[in-house]
Design a protein. Structure first.
Length: 524
């Protein structure tokens, strides 16, 4: 009797909750949804069990078990075999490796995925269904729905920068765990810069800063990420952004009168000298060791903001090398520099990623660096130069990752009162709405987008002192960018996104994630 009364009160309350339904917390928006005809599935520990057909799915099954416990107070059994009403299945007939389907009807729930990661995505989508349809959830019911989903882009990255400010292993794991909620599948770790060298290299222990990651710690991060369908890609930034390396190897500096003394922790526009032979030996060793630690097929080698004008251009040894090679512009030394480095990458069995540097203040008009080896993937990051980078990569057959600063840089302030301490690069404000406007295809016809591998939400770390600041800068903008990476343009809509965002923000807060509440945005 009491239960009946409660159900009645709850139903009346629920009828007044306009806009809350089973799709109202889906982020990124799935690419195909078919609504049911009003049937419901009731979750009940006595009659429902979770089964999975492949031992690889144990993690997803446990995640699902935890979701039902947290959201419905139902303790479901997991049984690896048998005919549970809630089934997780690896389906090899699905063609895209992250493709999944989630089918809910009055008989049960079936999640099929092309891989364990895809099945996990089905589980995550199911949690968002419960998050959106809170009234049904509170009655332990789920409405009939059919979702058939796969990502627009295969590469959906976030970047963390523990080189500028070290982040403990636990913080990185925390960050990865939250990325997975929005179907990001790559974490780029910017491991080296002027302010620090965070990866311990056995052959050159002098490189590592006081705070660094051991091989075992990196492996632990990689394994944690792998369970959550996240690939960790290391970045060793050369030949610029190398003060930490130069303080361990002062002989790698250029030789010229105006060379600034190395002071660790201060960015002083120093770089590796292109004409010192040992630079290449040490880099070769670093690439080999790093490649053994990280199973990812890619290694990122930077290539950004090299202060050629203040180093190679003035260095007598580099000038001699230029004359020998009949080069007119010192930026051209990037060609032999990277051809040697890329050889090491190939020998280590990897492919390289580089920041796309075109004409900037340090390297005037150096687009003659193209053609890069077409195996090299470039990250387009300078907003204004993105159309040019898109065009050059298309012409030369290089894959490209879209990370134009004005849409995807999470270190940029998100509103006027949000200037991070310690920034001195006069950054534009990147609002949540601006992030949401990002179309990684940059308005190109589909035929011109084939070489776009995906997107990256980039969080530079100069002002990121700890994980709370990292997540505060990353969310909610990371939600908007997740949709740019996953959802086809025809399925995206700012008004709908705003509403779908709120339940997710509440959930993040409940999980102890420090976020920015976008108080300037009205929920309808
Ligand atoms: C440029 S983006 C950099 C970083 C800085 C960032 C600050 C890029 C490839 N290089 O070293 O942290 O600006 O926004």
């Amino acid at each position: 009797m009491k239960n009946l009364f409660l159900t009645l009160v709850l139903s009346l309350f629920c009828m007044t909750m306009i806009g809350q339904d089973n799709t109202s917390a889906l982020i990124p928006m799935p690419n195909k949804i078919i609504n049911g005809n009003g049937a419901v599935f009731t979750v009940n520990a006595r009659h429902s069990a979770i089964t999975f057909d492949n031992k690889e799915l144990k993690f997803a099954a446990e995640k699902l078990q935890d979701i039902f416990k947290r959201r419905m107070s139902e303790n479901l059994n997991i049984s690896p075999t048998g005919n549970g009403t809630i089934r997780l299945i690896i389906d090899n007939s699905l063609e895209h490796k992250e493709q999944y389907s989630l089918e809910i009807n009055n008989k049960g729930i079936t999640i099929k995925g092309a891989s364990k990661g895809a099945v996990l995505y089905g589980v995550i989508t199911l949690e968002q269904i419960l998050m959106g349809d809170i009234c049904m959830t509170s009655q332990k019911k789920i409405r009939e729905i059919y979702i058939y989903d796969k990502p627009r882009f295969e590469y959906r990255a976030m970047m963390l920068d523990p080189a500028r400010n070290y982040l403990p292993v636990e913080s990185i794991k925390f960050f990865i765990d939250k990325m997975t909620l929005f179907k990001y599948n790559v974490l780029q770790l910017h491991l080296t810069d002027d302010q620090g060298w965070r990866i311990y290299i056995e052959k050159y222990p002098q490189l590592a800063s006081k705070d660094h990651y051991t091989k075992e710690e990196l492996k632990e991060i990689i394994k944690y990420a792998e369970m959550r369908n996240v690939t960790v890609i290391p970045e060793i930034d050369i030949p610029g952004h190398t003060c930490a390396m130069l303080s361990a190897f002062p002989e790698f500096k250029c030789e010229h009168k105006s060379a600034t003394p190395i002071e660790l922790g201060k960015s002083v526009d120093m770089m590796l000298c292109a004409s010192v032979g040992k630079v290449y030996t040490v880099i070769d060793d670093i690439i080999k060791e790093t490649s053994k630690i990280f199973p990812a097929p890619y290694i990122h080698l930077g290539g950004d903001e090299a202060a050629i004008k203040y180093n190679w251009a003035e260095c007598p040894r580099c000038q001699k090398l230029m004359a020998e090679l009949k080069y007119e512009d010192p930026s051209q030394l990037m060609i032999p520099f990277f051809s040697k480095v890329l050889k090491s990458v190939k020998e280590a069995g990897k492919k390289a990623i580089l920041w796309c540097e075109l004409d900037n203040i340090y390297m005037p008009a150096n687009d003659y660096l193209f053609p890069y080896d077409p195996e090299v993937t470039l990250v387009s990051w300078r907003g204004g130069l993105t159309p040019k980078c898109l065009e050059l990569t298309r012409r030369h057959g290089n894959p490209v990752i879209m990370a134009p600063g004005e849409y995807t840089y999470l270190d940029y302030p998100q509103y006027t009162g949000d200037f991070p301490e310690f920034n001195n690069w006069g950054m534009p404000i990147t609002t949540l709405e601006t992030c949401y406007q990002f179309d990684p295809g940059y308005g190109e016809p589909l035929s011109g987008q084939k070489h776009i591998k995906g997107i990256m939400a980039t969080l530079w770390g100069e002002a990121i002192k700890d994980i709370n600041r990292a997540t505060y800068m990353a969310y909610p903008r990371g939600l908007a960018l997740s949709e740019a990476g996953w959802t086809e343009m025809k399925n995206r809509n700012w008004e709908s996104f705003k509403n779908r965002m709120y339940p997710n923000l509440m959930n993040l807060m409940k999980e102890g994630v420090s976020i920015r509440v976008p108080f300037e945005i009205e929920q309808k």
